[in-house]
Design a protein around this ligand. Sequence first.
Ligand SMILES: *[C@@H]1O[C@H](CO)[C@@H](O)[C@H](O)[C@H]1NC(C)=O
Length: 367
Amino acid sequence: MAGNYWTDMFLTYNNIRQIFIWPLGGEPDKRIYSLVTHKMRVAMLRNLLRLSAVVLFLGMILFMATAVLEDLSGNFQQQRLDFESTFASFNNETGADHFIVPNIIHLIRFSQPEFSFIDYICIQAAFRNHRPDHFYIHTNEAGRKFRGKYWELIERDLELRSRIRILPLEPPSEIFGQEIPPDLRLFHGGDIARIRTIMKYGGIYLDNDVYVIKNLDKYRKYEIAINWDKDQFLGTQVIIANRRARFLAMWLDSYREYHPELWYYNAGERPTTEILYRYPELVHRVKVQFGADISLSLNLYVEKKFDWRPLDTIHLMINHRSYMDPYYNETPSFDENVIKTYPYPFGEMAREMVAASGMNNFINAKK
Ligand SMILES: *[C@@H]1O[C@H](CO)[C@@H](O)[C@H](O)[C@H]1NC(C)=O
């Protein structure tokens, strides 16, 4: 075959020469002419096929080489991430130049099998305004099942439901050998569970009554972004962190001195005074934007002109309304009907999610 190839090439070369010489050397022989052109065509076609085979072959080699290179650079990036993950000299102001926090929203539901209207609004706001890849709902419910009209509405929202994973988690009953009193397990246990959960997966932890207003990606390039308002202890309603964030391990470790009788000592006061006062560079400090301050939340129920839209998230403080909100008795609870005419900013926030989720279509379809 190889021999033929070169003979053909040679013939083709001679034939071409003949064609160019003919005009100088007089009448071409018609029989030779047709024979030669036929031979040429066959030869050219054969050469063309060979050429494409060679090009295809080279293309494949190039493709394979790129894949191998990509793999190598992927490994390299992973190594870089591992290296980075010690976070030594990490810059808490500029952050990384790529996302280092997975796009997972974590919710923790201890002994709360029923979804409320507020739960529904908040998960819809997180879904629609932030767009996580997944929600991980950590719960101690037997069979990992929730219930109630609003959970059923989530079950029917297939786009949202397909992103939700429900994972088993028991409220911790002790920490470093110290008992967490049973009546505090859902609260102090929840504080500890959120630290451990983020240390396990990384991601975005949200309290169940945090309303997400804007996309949170800008915080996903930091080792950890956490609320720490001026002259306050840190706020734990929103935690956006890489699982290896140095502060998380130190925060958890600070529970070695656990004071169950002090409500916010281990969750907020101690990590602020014992860790952050000394090492503020461990966190990307978020002031105001997470809407953690009580005075901001209160506006949602009393101040008609309050503009909540510039914030990234806001804590609804829904369980504190009964003593915070002077108009509480007029609307002690919210649902899709009550909020139709509710005149304060929370009404607008809730109506937006009722409309965006199309929940009324599901409700009407059911009737
Ligand atoms: C970053 O760390 C420095 C201390 O090195 C601190 O003063 C500053 O407030 C921190 N910035 C943010 C955005 O947290």
